[in-house]
Design a protein around this ligand. Structure first.
Ligand code: ACO
Length: 354
Protein backbone atom coordinates (compact mmCIF):
# COMPACT_ATOMS: atom_id res chain seq x y z
CA UNK A 1 0.00 0.00 0.00
CA UNK A 2 2.96 2.25 0.83
CA UNK A 3 3.87 2.17 -2.85
CA UNK A 4 0.57 3.66 -3.79
CA UNK A 5 1.05 6.97 -1.98
CA UNK A 6 2.66 9.73 -4.01
CA UNK A 7 6.19 9.29 -2.60
CA UNK A 8 6.07 5.52 -2.79
CA UNK A 9 4.70 5.43 -6.33
CA UNK A 10 7.27 7.98 -7.41
CA UNK A 11 10.12 5.92 -5.85
CA UNK A 12 8.80 2.73 -7.43
CA UNK A 13 8.72 4.22 -10.93
CA UNK A 14 12.04 5.96 -10.37
CA UNK A 15 13.70 2.60 -9.62
CA UNK A 16 12.14 1.05 -12.75
CA UNK A 17 13.23 4.04 -14.87
CA UNK A 18 16.84 3.85 -13.57
CA UNK A 19 16.90 0.10 -14.24
CA UNK A 20 15.58 0.68 -17.77
CA UNK A 21 18.18 3.39 -18.49
CA UNK A 22 21.07 1.21 -17.20
CA UNK A 23 19.77 -1.74 -19.21
CA UNK A 24 19.42 0.35 -22.40
CA UNK A 25 22.81 2.07 -22.10
CA UNK A 26 24.88 -0.94 -21.01
CA UNK A 27 22.98 -3.77 -22.67
CA UNK A 28 21.78 -6.82 -20.77
CA UNK A 29 24.73 -8.20 -18.82
CA UNK A 30 23.08 -11.61 -18.54
CA UNK A 31 23.18 -12.04 -22.31
CA UNK A 32 26.06 -14.04 -23.66
CA UNK A 33 27.09 -15.52 -26.98
CA UNK A 34 28.58 -19.02 -27.14
CA UNK A 35 30.37 -20.89 -29.87
CA UNK A 36 28.46 -24.17 -29.73
CA UNK A 37 29.79 -26.21 -32.67
CA UNK A 38 32.20 -26.31 -35.60
CA UNK A 39 32.45 -28.10 -38.94
CA UNK A 40 34.96 -28.25 -41.75
CA UNK A 41 35.38 -29.43 -45.33
CA UNK A 42 38.46 -29.97 -47.49
CA UNK A 43 38.81 -30.61 -51.22
CA UNK A 44 39.58 -34.17 -52.34
CA UNK A 45 42.94 -33.49 -53.96
CA UNK A 46 45.98 -33.71 -51.69
CA UNK A 47 49.00 -31.82 -53.00
CA UNK A 48 52.17 -32.87 -51.21
CA UNK A 49 55.60 -31.25 -51.19
CA UNK A 50 56.98 -33.88 -53.58
CA UNK A 51 54.38 -33.01 -56.22
CA UNK A 52 55.01 -29.25 -55.77
CA UNK A 53 58.72 -29.98 -56.30
CA UNK A 54 57.84 -31.11 -59.83
CA UNK A 55 56.18 -27.74 -60.51
CA UNK A 56 58.71 -25.23 -59.07
CA UNK A 57 62.33 -25.47 -57.95
CA UNK A 58 61.91 -26.52 -54.32
CA UNK A 59 62.08 -29.62 -52.13
CA UNK A 60 60.16 -31.39 -49.40
CA UNK A 61 63.07 -30.68 -47.06
CA UNK A 62 63.10 -26.90 -47.73
CA UNK A 63 59.32 -26.54 -47.35
CA UNK A 64 59.21 -28.67 -44.20
CA UNK A 65 62.13 -26.89 -42.53
CA UNK A 66 61.01 -23.34 -43.40
CA UNK A 67 57.25 -23.74 -42.90
CA UNK A 68 56.30 -27.07 -41.32
CA UNK A 69 53.88 -27.75 -44.20
CA UNK A 70 53.86 -31.26 -45.71
CA UNK A 71 50.59 -31.36 -47.65
CA UNK A 72 47.73 -29.06 -48.56
CA UNK A 73 44.41 -29.56 -50.36
CA UNK A 74 43.55 -27.87 -53.66
CA UNK A 75 40.24 -27.62 -55.46
CA UNK A 76 39.56 -29.41 -58.72
CA UNK A 77 35.78 -29.31 -58.90
CA UNK A 78 35.01 -27.78 -55.49
CA UNK A 79 34.26 -24.08 -55.02
CA UNK A 80 34.25 -21.60 -52.16
CA UNK A 81 30.49 -22.10 -51.85
CA UNK A 82 30.48 -25.92 -52.10
CA UNK A 83 33.16 -26.20 -49.38
CA UNK A 84 31.41 -23.61 -47.23
CA UNK A 85 28.05 -25.38 -47.50
CA UNK A 86 29.58 -28.74 -46.57
CA UNK A 87 31.40 -27.27 -43.54
CA UNK A 88 28.22 -25.40 -42.48
CA UNK A 89 26.06 -28.53 -42.70
CA UNK A 90 28.50 -30.37 -40.42
CA UNK A 91 28.51 -27.54 -37.86
CA UNK A 92 24.70 -27.31 -37.97
CA UNK A 93 24.32 -31.07 -37.56
CA UNK A 94 26.66 -31.14 -34.53
CA UNK A 95 24.74 -28.27 -32.91
CA UNK A 96 21.32 -29.69 -33.81
CA UNK A 97 20.53 -26.39 -35.50
CA UNK A 98 18.09 -26.23 -38.44
CA UNK A 99 18.24 -23.67 -41.27
CA UNK A 100 15.11 -22.09 -39.84
CA UNK A 101 16.98 -21.35 -36.57
CA UNK A 102 19.71 -19.27 -38.22
CA UNK A 103 19.21 -15.53 -38.54
CA UNK A 104 22.74 -14.31 -39.30
CA UNK A 105 25.26 -15.61 -41.85
CA UNK A 106 28.75 -14.14 -42.16
CA UNK A 107 31.30 -15.53 -44.59
CA UNK A 108 34.96 -14.57 -44.28
CA UNK A 109 36.70 -14.98 -47.62
CA UNK A 110 39.18 -13.33 -49.97
CA UNK A 111 38.22 -15.74 -52.75
CA UNK A 112 34.45 -15.53 -53.23
CA UNK A 113 33.16 -17.39 -56.30
CA UNK A 114 31.19 -14.30 -57.28
CA UNK A 115 31.50 -10.64 -56.38
CA UNK A 116 27.70 -10.36 -56.29
CA UNK A 117 25.88 -12.12 -54.71
CA UNK A 118 28.17 -12.35 -51.71
CA UNK A 119 29.36 -15.78 -50.61
CA UNK A 120 27.25 -15.47 -47.45
CA UNK A 121 24.08 -14.81 -49.48
CA UNK A 122 24.78 -17.82 -51.67
CA UNK A 123 25.53 -20.09 -48.68
CA UNK A 124 22.29 -18.92 -47.07
CA UNK A 125 20.36 -19.68 -50.25
CA UNK A 126 21.89 -23.17 -50.65
CA UNK A 127 21.18 -24.06 -47.03
CA UNK A 128 17.59 -22.84 -47.17
CA UNK A 129 18.07 -20.11 -44.53
CA UNK A 130 15.48 -17.43 -45.11
CA UNK A 131 15.59 -14.88 -42.33
CA UNK A 132 17.98 -12.28 -40.96
CA UNK A 133 21.10 -10.88 -42.61
CA UNK A 134 23.98 -12.31 -44.66
CA UNK A 135 27.20 -10.62 -45.75
CA UNK A 136 30.92 -11.22 -46.42
CA UNK A 137 33.97 -10.02 -44.52
CA UNK A 138 37.38 -9.51 -46.10
CA UNK A 139 40.07 -9.36 -43.45
CA UNK A 140 42.29 -11.97 -45.14
CA UNK A 141 43.53 -14.58 -42.66
CA UNK A 142 41.99 -12.72 -39.70
CA UNK A 143 38.58 -12.88 -41.42
CA UNK A 144 37.07 -15.61 -39.25
CA UNK A 145 37.98 -13.77 -36.05
CA UNK A 146 36.66 -10.47 -37.44
CA UNK A 147 33.42 -12.29 -38.28
CA UNK A 148 33.11 -13.85 -34.82
CA UNK A 149 33.73 -10.44 -33.23
CA UNK A 150 31.17 -8.76 -35.48
CA UNK A 151 28.57 -11.49 -34.98
CA UNK A 152 28.98 -11.38 -31.21
CA UNK A 153 28.49 -7.59 -31.17
CA UNK A 154 25.44 -7.80 -33.46
CA UNK A 155 23.92 -10.58 -31.39
CA UNK A 156 24.40 -8.70 -28.13
CA UNK A 157 22.98 -5.43 -29.46
CA UNK A 158 20.42 -6.53 -32.06
CA UNK A 159 17.79 -9.17 -32.43
CA UNK A 160 19.98 -12.00 -33.82
CA UNK A 161 20.00 -15.30 -31.94
CA UNK A 162 21.79 -17.95 -33.98
CA UNK A 163 24.68 -17.15 -36.32
CA UNK A 164 26.50 -19.25 -38.89
CA UNK A 165 30.09 -18.03 -39.31
CA UNK A 166 32.06 -19.51 -42.20
CA UNK A 167 35.62 -19.10 -43.44
CA UNK A 168 36.00 -20.52 -46.94
CA UNK A 169 38.83 -20.14 -49.44
CA UNK A 170 40.04 -21.41 -52.80
CA UNK A 171 43.45 -19.72 -52.57
CA UNK A 172 44.87 -22.08 -55.21
CA UNK A 173 42.96 -19.97 -57.75
CA UNK A 174 44.83 -16.74 -56.85
CA UNK A 175 48.22 -18.32 -56.17
CA UNK A 176 50.95 -17.92 -58.80
CA UNK A 177 51.93 -21.55 -59.42
CA UNK A 178 55.27 -20.43 -60.87
CA UNK A 179 56.27 -18.50 -57.72
CA UNK A 180 57.98 -20.86 -55.26
CA UNK A 181 57.95 -18.26 -52.50
CA UNK A 182 54.14 -18.33 -52.25
CA UNK A 183 52.69 -21.42 -53.95
CA UNK A 184 54.17 -23.77 -51.35
CA UNK A 185 52.29 -22.07 -48.53
CA UNK A 186 48.62 -22.01 -49.37
CA UNK A 187 45.76 -24.49 -49.44
CA UNK A 188 41.98 -24.58 -49.91
CA UNK A 189 39.20 -25.47 -47.50
CA UNK A 190 36.36 -24.25 -45.33
CA UNK A 191 35.49 -24.13 -41.64
CA UNK A 192 32.27 -23.08 -39.97
CA UNK A 193 30.94 -22.35 -36.49
CA UNK A 194 27.52 -21.88 -34.93
CA UNK A 195 27.18 -19.04 -32.43
CA UNK A 196 24.19 -18.92 -30.14
CA UNK A 197 22.87 -16.17 -27.90
CA UNK A 198 21.67 -16.99 -24.40
CA UNK A 199 22.98 -20.50 -24.67
CA UNK A 200 22.43 -22.55 -21.54
CA UNK A 201 25.37 -24.81 -22.45
CA UNK A 202 27.74 -22.88 -20.22
CA UNK A 203 30.08 -21.60 -22.93
CA UNK A 204 30.76 -17.99 -23.81
CA UNK A 205 32.86 -15.84 -26.10
CA UNK A 206 34.41 -13.80 -23.29
CA UNK A 207 36.20 -11.14 -25.34
CA UNK A 208 37.38 -10.33 -28.84
CA UNK A 209 40.04 -7.95 -30.12
CA UNK A 210 40.38 -6.89 -33.77
CA UNK A 211 42.85 -4.45 -35.25
CA UNK A 212 44.17 -3.27 -38.62
CA UNK A 213 47.50 -1.79 -39.70
CA UNK A 214 48.38 0.05 -42.90
CA UNK A 215 50.34 -2.19 -45.27
CA UNK A 216 52.68 0.63 -46.26
CA UNK A 217 55.17 -1.63 -48.03
CA UNK A 218 52.57 -3.78 -49.82
CA UNK A 219 53.73 -6.89 -48.01
CA UNK A 220 50.72 -8.95 -49.08
CA UNK A 221 48.74 -7.94 -52.14
CA UNK A 222 46.41 -9.42 -54.75
CA UNK A 223 45.73 -6.40 -56.87
CA UNK A 224 43.15 -6.58 -59.60
CA UNK A 225 39.98 -8.22 -60.64
CA UNK A 226 40.74 -9.87 -63.98
CA UNK A 227 38.56 -7.39 -65.84
CA UNK A 228 39.34 -5.37 -68.94
CA UNK A 229 37.15 -2.60 -70.29
CA UNK A 230 37.45 -0.37 -73.37
CA UNK A 231 38.26 2.53 -70.98
CA UNK A 232 40.21 1.14 -68.03
CA UNK A 233 43.95 1.02 -68.62
CA UNK A 234 45.16 -0.25 -65.24
CA UNK A 235 44.61 -3.97 -65.83
CA UNK A 236 47.76 -6.04 -65.40
CA UNK A 237 47.20 -9.82 -65.66
CA UNK A 238 50.24 -10.57 -63.47
CA UNK A 239 48.66 -8.60 -60.61
CA UNK A 240 45.67 -10.92 -60.37
CA UNK A 241 47.87 -13.29 -58.38
CA UNK A 242 48.97 -13.11 -54.76
CA UNK A 243 52.30 -11.33 -54.21
CA UNK A 244 53.98 -11.44 -50.82
CA UNK A 245 57.10 -10.24 -49.05
CA UNK A 246 57.48 -13.30 -46.83
CA UNK A 247 60.00 -11.87 -44.38
CA UNK A 248 57.97 -8.72 -43.75
CA UNK A 249 54.82 -10.74 -43.18
CA UNK A 250 56.76 -13.05 -40.89
CA UNK A 251 57.94 -10.18 -38.66
CA UNK A 252 54.47 -8.61 -38.59
CA UNK A 253 52.86 -11.96 -37.79
CA UNK A 254 54.96 -12.74 -34.73
CA UNK A 255 54.34 -9.33 -33.17
CA UNK A 256 50.65 -9.38 -34.14
CA UNK A 257 50.09 -12.73 -32.39
CA UNK A 258 51.90 -11.58 -29.24
CA UNK A 259 50.12 -8.20 -29.07
CA UNK A 260 46.68 -9.58 -29.91
CA UNK A 261 46.84 -12.35 -27.31
CA UNK A 262 48.02 -9.84 -24.70
CA UNK A 263 45.18 -7.45 -25.60
CA UNK A 264 42.34 -10.00 -25.52
CA UNK A 265 43.53 -11.49 -22.22
CA UNK A 266 43.61 -8.02 -20.69
CA UNK A 267 40.08 -7.32 -21.96
CA UNK A 268 38.78 -10.56 -20.48
CA UNK A 269 40.71 -10.15 -17.21
CA UNK A 270 42.43 -13.51 -17.72
CA UNK A 271 46.05 -14.66 -17.74
CA UNK A 272 47.91 -16.85 -20.22
CA UNK A 273 48.18 -19.60 -17.59
CA UNK A 274 44.40 -19.99 -17.62
CA UNK A 275 44.23 -20.83 -21.34
CA UNK A 276 43.97 -24.51 -22.16
CA UNK A 277 44.50 -24.32 -25.93
CA UNK A 278 45.61 -21.60 -28.34
CA UNK A 279 44.50 -22.05 -31.93
CA UNK A 280 46.60 -19.71 -34.07
CA UNK A 281 46.25 -18.95 -37.76
CA UNK A 282 48.03 -21.82 -39.49
CA UNK A 283 50.61 -20.06 -41.67
CA UNK A 284 54.06 -21.24 -40.64
CA UNK A 285 55.16 -23.32 -37.65
CA UNK A 286 58.18 -21.02 -37.20
CA UNK A 287 55.85 -18.03 -36.74
CA UNK A 288 53.91 -19.94 -34.07
CA UNK A 289 57.12 -21.07 -32.32
CA UNK A 290 58.55 -17.52 -32.30
CA UNK A 291 55.31 -16.09 -30.85
CA UNK A 292 55.18 -18.85 -28.22
CA UNK A 293 58.76 -18.08 -27.20
CA UNK A 294 58.06 -14.36 -26.91
CA UNK A 295 54.94 -15.00 -24.85
CA UNK A 296 56.74 -17.62 -22.75
CA UNK A 297 53.86 -20.03 -23.37
CA UNK A 298 54.69 -23.70 -23.88
CA UNK A 299 54.44 -24.63 -27.58
CA UNK A 300 52.44 -27.72 -26.70
CA UNK A 301 49.46 -25.48 -25.90
CA UNK A 302 49.37 -24.16 -29.50
CA UNK A 303 47.23 -26.41 -31.70
CA UNK A 304 48.88 -26.98 -35.07
CA UNK A 305 47.51 -28.76 -38.13
CA UNK A 306 49.23 -26.74 -40.87
CA UNK A 307 51.45 -29.71 -41.78
CA UNK A 308 48.31 -31.32 -43.26
CA UNK A 309 46.39 -28.36 -44.73
CA UNK A 310 48.82 -25.45 -45.24
CA UNK A 311 47.62 -21.86 -44.93
CA UNK A 312 43.92 -21.69 -45.83
CA UNK A 313 43.56 -17.99 -44.88
CA UNK A 314 40.19 -17.26 -43.26
CA UNK A 315 39.33 -20.98 -43.21
CA UNK A 316 42.45 -21.88 -41.24
CA UNK A 317 41.25 -21.16 -37.70
CA UNK A 318 37.80 -22.80 -37.98
CA UNK A 319 39.33 -25.87 -39.67
CA UNK A 320 41.88 -26.15 -36.83
CA UNK A 321 39.20 -25.50 -34.18
CA UNK A 322 37.05 -28.26 -35.66
CA UNK A 323 39.94 -30.70 -35.54
CA UNK A 324 40.76 -29.67 -31.95
CA UNK A 325 37.17 -30.03 -30.77
CA UNK A 326 36.86 -33.45 -32.47
CA UNK A 327 40.22 -34.87 -31.37
CA UNK A 328 41.35 -33.34 -28.08
CA UNK A 329 37.82 -32.85 -26.82
CA UNK A 330 38.24 -29.83 -24.49
CA UNK A 331 36.28 -30.07 -21.26
CA UNK A 332 33.34 -27.78 -20.58
CA UNK A 333 34.71 -24.57 -19.09
CA UNK A 334 38.15 -24.83 -20.76
CA UNK A 335 39.44 -21.54 -22.19
CA UNK A 336 40.35 -21.67 -25.89
CA UNK A 337 42.02 -18.68 -27.50
CA UNK A 338 41.96 -18.13 -31.27
CA UNK A 339 44.38 -15.66 -32.82
CA UNK A 340 45.10 -14.63 -36.39
CA UNK A 341 46.91 -12.18 -38.66
CA UNK A 342 46.73 -11.49 -42.34
CA UNK A 343 46.76 -9.24 -45.36
CA UNK A 344 45.46 -5.72 -44.94
CA UNK A 345 47.25 -5.87 -42.59
CA UNK A 346 44.90 -7.29 -40.00
CA UNK A 347 45.06 -9.12 -36.70
CA UNK A 348 42.58 -10.41 -34.17
CA UNK A 349 41.86 -12.77 -31.34
CA UNK A 350 38.95 -14.15 -29.37
CA UNK A 351 38.81 -15.84 -25.99
CA UNK A 352 36.23 -18.60 -25.84
CA UNK A 353 34.98 -20.48 -22.81
CA UNK A 354 34.11 -23.88 -24.21
N1 ACO B 1 62.11 -23.57 -52.15
C1 ACO B 1 63.45 -23.41 -52.11
N2 ACO B 1 64.02 -22.20 -51.92
C2 ACO B 1 63.22 -21.16 -51.71
C3 ACO B 1 61.81 -21.28 -51.73
C4 ACO B 1 61.27 -22.55 -51.95
N3 ACO B 1 59.95 -22.77 -51.98
N4 ACO B 1 61.26 -20.07 -51.49
C5 ACO B 1 62.29 -19.21 -51.33
N5 ACO B 1 63.46 -19.87 -51.47
C6 ACO B 1 64.81 -19.34 -51.39
C7 ACO B 1 64.87 -17.87 -51.63
O1 ACO B 1 64.95 -17.58 -53.01
C8 ACO B 1 66.12 -17.50 -50.87
O2 ACO B 1 67.22 -17.83 -51.69
P1 ACO B 1 68.53 -16.88 -51.71
O3 ACO B 1 69.06 -16.90 -50.30
O4 ACO B 1 69.41 -17.55 -52.70
O5 ACO B 1 68.04 -15.53 -52.12
C9 ACO B 1 66.12 -18.44 -49.68
O6 ACO B 1 65.26 -19.51 -50.05
C10 ACO B 1 65.63 -17.83 -48.40
O7 ACO B 1 64.42 -17.08 -48.67
P2 ACO B 1 63.67 -16.33 -47.54
O8 ACO B 1 62.56 -15.55 -48.15
O9 ACO B 1 64.66 -15.62 -46.69
O10 ACO B 1 63.08 -17.56 -46.71
P3 ACO B 1 62.33 -17.52 -45.33
O11 ACO B 1 63.09 -18.31 -44.34
O12 ACO B 1 61.93 -16.13 -44.96
O13 ACO B 1 61.02 -18.34 -45.65
C11 ACO B 1 58.71 -17.94 -46.07
C12 ACO B 1 60.12 -17.84 -46.62
C13 ACO B 1 58.41 -19.40 -45.80
C14 ACO B 1 57.75 -17.39 -47.09
C15 ACO B 1 58.62 -17.15 -44.74
O14 ACO B 1 59.16 -15.87 -44.92
C16 ACO B 1 57.21 -17.01 -44.24
O15 ACO B 1 56.58 -17.98 -43.86
N6 ACO B 1 56.68 -15.77 -44.17
C17 ACO B 1 55.34 -15.53 -43.70
C18 ACO B 1 54.39 -15.85 -44.80
C19 ACO B 1 52.96 -15.91 -44.34
O16 ACO B 1 52.67 -16.32 -43.24
N7 ACO B 1 52.08 -15.50 -45.22
C20 ACO B 1 50.69 -15.63 -45.00
C21 ACO B 1 50.10 -14.41 -44.43
S1 ACO B 1 48.43 -14.64 -44.11
C22 ACO B 1 47.44 -14.03 -45.36
O17 ACO B 1 46.79 -13.05 -45.15
C23 ACO B 1 47.33 -14.72 -46.66
Amino acid sequence: MELLNWDGTFSFFLIIAIHYIIHTVNGDDSLKVSLISTGSALPEKVLDNTEISTMVETSDQWITERTGIKTRRVVTTETTISLAVEASKRAMEKAGVAPSDIDLVICATITPDTVVPSAACRIRHELGIDKGAAFDVNAACSGFIYSVSLARSLMLTEDYNTALIVGSEVLSRIVDWTDRTTCILFGDGAGAAILKKDSDLGGEILATHIESFNDIQNALVCDNYPIETPFYTGYKPEKTKLVMDGQQVFRFAVNAIVDSITAVLKKAGKTADEIKYIVPHQANVRIIDSAANKLKIDKSRFFVNLHKVGNTSSASIPIALDELFDSEKPQKGDLVLIVGFGGGLTAGSALIRY
